[in-house]
Design a protein. Structure first.
Lengths: 443, 295, 314
């Protein structure tokens, strides 16, 4: 009897405590509205002596560059200081920002993956930079590559500025091509050329593969497929993002290519998502990768590699995965200061210097016209193809909140085809129906 | 008296049986156990071997697959791990946090475990279930409310915030509770009848018999605090307050990982725990004085 | 607490003076019991129970952690009951636990008995067997990904020598969960071993020797003397390992990420996806509390069974 009484007493205390805490801390913000409203913004002039905190998980070269450039900016005496804070790996950037927004203190600038934009837009603390940009003469938003602009725009609001842009191209091992007696990939390669080369470069007894594909069912699996889809002139969703456009000839063709190569030809190494494909590439076990500039620095010096744009079906379409700097609203003075820094940091000359220091691609078209661009190319010869390839990025992933769920549905469809457990047409139909269901369920 | 009892028993039993029973081992016993232990240990130790190999390889060697032995030993990776980042600072932070946690746990879990094992008090059953209940919710679910509470105490981005929520673990309480219960209660009752208080009985009579379980709680607490990643990730934003797991992630970029330096750093960070474990073995060797019923 | 008096004599029939002293001692147990447990209880209440109470509230909301939450009552829970993916994840998690716990305990007992000897190099063996517990989950994942790689892994190389074709392991939906069982048993073995070692230390040598003198074989001694005395420890491990197994997450996160094709989508991984990938924190919390109730019920059942079958000395 006393045990039961105690149980009730304890539960009552817990409930009371929870209620008390909720009351004390204001509970949830019922009147939350998405960031920004498009109306003109009156920002104070930068200054005031405070500090702007920028969170980034950059490591190694990029981190050193961040610190150096921040120091350079602070030395120009802008009236406030910028602090670059290292927040341990970009993979956790979203978790850390979410917890900071919910429970701690948010920074002023945060580096985030492009895929997080659509959902971050829901937070009232994320600043709509569109109106601010319009009032900043000389910023020239159109100078940034279209893929980047698409990635930061959600519902007409611009909720970030580009931090990094990349794209997928073929990175291939010249020696393996020589050994097999095949000509290197060219700008005019078609799917047929690509598939044939992969088949010829595959040697089961030597455990050598023509191509590698990341097959962990996540976005890494999906975005390569999207490149293939766009090469066949297909689309993921219809124009206003209300229905799936996947169930089309293009969609089926794209899926069929993957099936033919992975299951019929067996020329594809299926990576588990741990990045082992790069180690295998370094060991001469894989002839061709579809990857981006970030992997180039990890290629060993004894591997003679080349870079070429992706093969075409209808076009040589490729996909970009831009990352962004998001600005958080900690007061208008903070926003003004953060914006002043970002303006400088992303200006053509400064960013080209940054690109030369880190090997990142230029984020503005005008950077390629500056004289120092030749120094950049001299230092990073592989980047030339990647930069030119940015013009092949004509489409972007739908920037809607449901994208993560759509990505999961599509990722599993691609995975099932690559593993040989589903036929291409069937997988396309199933994925398309799943996507329609996700879109119909709404927010 | 138990010691005398032991030697008497040993002298009385036939030579063959004594040899079988005594842990000192008969000639045949050690060899067959070795047959099991050697492959088992090799299986378990395998990853450390691989980590060691990677830590003395060059960056390029570490980026090949399947892995091969390095052509020459690159000891500089260990120096790099120490100098490329504030390694010593992280080590200090981790030691402070882990040590504080261990002390707190040994203290508070002993008290609580003993009370739950030996004392009958109102609400003890409920208290025990509530303690266990906190084990049953994944951390990801409560980490934001925990952050809010820690923030209310002003402990965000501080070592205190890492220590205080972990000064007590349900694991420690539950484990010690079970072990307290296996001890014969007559000794404690005798002590209390002779006038010893609860606390005195605990400290002078009971805890000395609990060396191995206490060492276990100490080791596991040390281990979990040392390797904890998620809570420090969301609590700490200043680099000079980071612990080793957070700091080591510096060597692991989203797209570029310096494997040899990371492995060297990881090995260095695991070494203190292994040393503690080896040292703690002394409490796991059955000592004659700690076994059995006295008097 | 009542004032000491010459009240009723306790059932043991002890002399009057002793009885009142015992009564006093017993009476004060309520106070000392709470004093002893209060530091632990306060810390656990503030940092353990309060966050739980708080997040229970979240489970009644639709909340993305960004724009505030809207109260939807039991909608998350009703949705959960009809969610086929959730049902699938529950089946997987239970199946995993039913494999992991018994295998871990049996293997740990075997190893502990082997390690409870004065063999040469025993410290070395013990340290070796404890190593995987010390190793980080990331290192563990890399190792197992390598060992079980379909094309380049050592395990397939060995199987090939026996004429067995290459297995896909982590990439095969029908094998992935078993690989996770193997990996986690390996990773957690040392934990159970040192707990059993600590327990074996507490078994008085006299009992073992007395049984030996009576002519019992080594195996019988183990079964009749040592195993029952390990009852409390075994109960602890069954309860503790079950609680942990039902909340499996880390190893899935660093290897299969719930795949391939949801073959390893255990409950906590599913809720993590919902909260941090799909921005459905309210739904995720509801999942957590349904899991909580399941774990609680199981634990109570285990403890009740334990009370029946486990004997504590005196």
């Amino acid at each position: 009897m006393s045990a039961r009484r105690n149980l009730i007493l304890v539960l009552a205390v817990l409930v009371a405590a929870a209620a008390g805490l909720l009351a004390a801390c204001g509970g949830s913000d019922e009147s939350a509205q998405p960031a920004g409203s498009g109306s003109p913004v009156a920002l104070p002039s930068p200054g005031g002596g405070g500090s702007v905190v920028m969170w980034d998980g950059a490591t190694d070269i990029e981190r050193k560059a961040n610190d150096a450039f921040v120091a350079k900016y602070n030395a120009t005496d802008p009236g406030f200081t910028v602090q670059a804070k290292f927040v341990v790996s970009r993979d956790y950037a979203l978790t850390k920002l979410l917890t900071a927004l919910a429970g701690g203190k948010a920074p002023d600038i945060s580096y985030q993956f492009g895929s997080s934009m659509a959902n971050l837009a829901k937070s009232p603390k994320v600043v709509d930079l569109g109106p601010i940009m319009e009032q900043t003469p000389g910023f020239d938003w159109n100078d940034f590559y279209p893929a980047e602009r698409l990635a930061t725009t959600v519902n007409g609001m611009v909720i970030g500025v580009p931090a990094l842009v990349d794209n997928l191209a073929i990175v291939y091992n010249k020696k393996l091509f020589d050994q097999a007696g095949i000509a290197y990939p060219t700008k005019d390669w078609t799917w047929t050329d690509f598939r044939n080369a992969a088949k010829q470069l595959t040697n089961a007894s030597a455990k050598q593969f023509g191509w590698a594909y990341v097959n962990d069912g996540t976005e890494d699996t999906v975005w390569r497929f999207l490149a293939v889809l766009w090469q066949a002139n297909g689309d993921l969703l219809n124009a206003d993002n209300t229905k799936s456009a996947l169930d089309s000839d293009a969609g089926r063709k794209a899926m069929q290519l993957l099936y033919d190569m992975a299951v019929t030809d067996k020329s594809v190494y299926l990576d588990k998502g741990d990045g082992n494909y790069l180690n295998l590439f370094n060991s001469g076990k894989i002839a061709m990768l579809w990857t981006g500039p970030w992997d180039i620095s990890s290629i060993n010096s004894d591997v003679d590699y080349g870079v070429e744009i992706l093969p075409a079906d209808v076009s040589h379409a490729t996909i970009a995965g831009p990352d962004n700097y998001v600005v958080l609203d900690n007061g208008s003075q903070q926003v003004a200061n953060a914006w002043a820094f970002l303006q400088w940091f992303l200006s053509p000359e400064v960013h080209l210097d940054y690109a030369i220091a880190t090997g990142n691609l230029p984020i503005r078209k005008s950077e390629t016209e500056l004289p120092a661009y030749q120094d950049y190319l001299a230092k990073y010869p592989a980047s030339e193809v990647f930069v030119a390839n940015l013009d092949n990025v004509t489409k972007a992933r739908p920037n809607i909140p449901q994208y993560p769920k759509i990505s999961m549905a599509l990722g599993q469809a691609v995975q099932s085809v690559l593993l040989g457990s589903a036929q291409p047409d069937q997988a396309i139909t199933v994925a398309s129906q799943a996507i329609d269901a996700i879109l119909a369920a709404g927010q | 008296m138990s010691m005398r009892g032991q030697t008497t028993a040993a002298a009385a039993s036939p030579a063959g049986l004594e040899a079988e029973v005594a842990a000192a081992g008969h000639r045949h016993w050690p060899s067959s156990w070795h047959l099991f232990l050697v492959p088992m240990s090799a299986l378990m130790a395998f990853p450390f071997l691989w980590m060691l190999i990677t830590s003395v390889s060059t960056l390029e060697e570490s980026r090949r697959f399947p892995p091969q032995l390095p052509s020459s030993i690159q000891w500089h990776n260990f120096i790099d791990a120490w100098t490329m980042a504030p390694f010593s600072r992280w080590l200090l932070n981790t030691v402070v946090v882990a040590a504080a946690s261990v002390v707190g746990n040994l203290l508070f879990c002993s008290l609580a475990g003993y009370a739950l094992a030996r004392m009958r008090f109102i609400g003890s059953g409920v208290a025990f279930m509530l303690i266990l209940a906190t084990l049953m919710v994944p951390f990801q679910v409560v980490m934001i409310p925990t952050l809010l509470i820690v923030r209310a105490f002003g402990m965000v981005d501080s070592l205190g915030g890492l220590v205080v929520p972990n000064l007590v673990t349900p694991f420690g309480i539950f484990l010690l509770l079970q072990f307290f219960r296996t001890l014969p209660v007559e000794i404690e009752e005798a002590a209390r009848i002779d006038g010893a208080g609860r606390l005195g009985t605990l400290v002078k009579i009971v805890l000395p018999q609990m060396k191995a379980p206490l060492a276990t709680v100490g080791i596991m607490t040390l281990l979990w605090r040392w390797n904890d990643f998620l809570w420090p990730l969301i609590l700490i934003t200043s680099e000079d307050k980071m612990t080793l797991p957070l700091g080591l992630a510096t060597f692991q970029g989203a797209h570029f990982t310096n494997w040899p330096v990371l492995m060297a750093g990881t090995l260095m960070s695991q070494l203190p725990m292994l040393l503690v474990f080896i040292f703690a073995q002394r409490w796991f060797v059955q000592s004659l004085a700690s076994s059995g019923i006295k008097g | 607490m009542g004032a000491p008096s010459d009240g009723p004599v306790p059932a043991g029939g002890t002399p009057a003076g002793r009885a009142s002293r015992w009564e006093r001692l017993l009476a004060s147990d309520h106070l000392s019991g709470w004093i002893f447990t209060s530091p632990a209880m306060i810390l656990i209440a503030v940092f353990g129970l309060l966050p739980i109470a708080w997040s229970i509230v979240l489970s009644f909301q639709q909340n993305d952690l960004l724009s505030g939450g809207t109260w939807i009552g039991f909608d998350n829970y009703t949705r959960l009951m009809q969610d086929p993916v959730f049902a699938h994840s529950v089946r997987l998690t239970v199946f995993y636990t039913l494999l992991f716990v018994p295998i871990s305990i049996a293997l740990a007992l075997l190893c502990a008995v082997a390690l409870n000897r004065k063999l040469r190099c025993i410290r070395l063996y013990r340290t070796a067997i404890f190593l995987p517990v010390v190793a980080s989950t990331v290192a563990e994942a890399i190792l197992f990904n390598w060992l079980l790689d379909k094309d380049f892994g050592i395990v397939n190389a060995i199987l090939a020598k026996f004429g067995i074709p290459a297995q896909s392991f982590f990439q095969d939906p029908s094998q992935a969960l078993y690989c996770i069982v193997g990996m986690t048993v390996w990773g957690w073995l040392g934990f159970s071993v040192i707990i059993y070692l600590a327990a074996l230390q507490g078994i008085p040598k006299e009992l073992v020797e007395a049984a030996a003198i009576d002519g019992a074989s080594r195996w019988r001694i183990f079964r009749r003397v040592e195993l029952p005395l390990l009852g409390p420890t075994t109960l602890f491990l069954v309860v503790y390992l079950s609680i942990n197994a039902l909340q499996l997450f880390d190893e899935i996160y660093v290897t299969t990420k719930g795949g391939p094709l949801n073959a390893t989508l255990v409950v906590v991984y599913y809720l993590y996806q919902e909260a941090f990938q799909f921005f459905e924190a309210g739904y995720a919390t509801a999942i957590a509390y349904v899991l909580f109730i399941g774990i609680l019920v199981l634990t109570v059942v285990q403890l009740l069974i334990g009370r029946r079958f486990v004997h504590y000395r005196s």
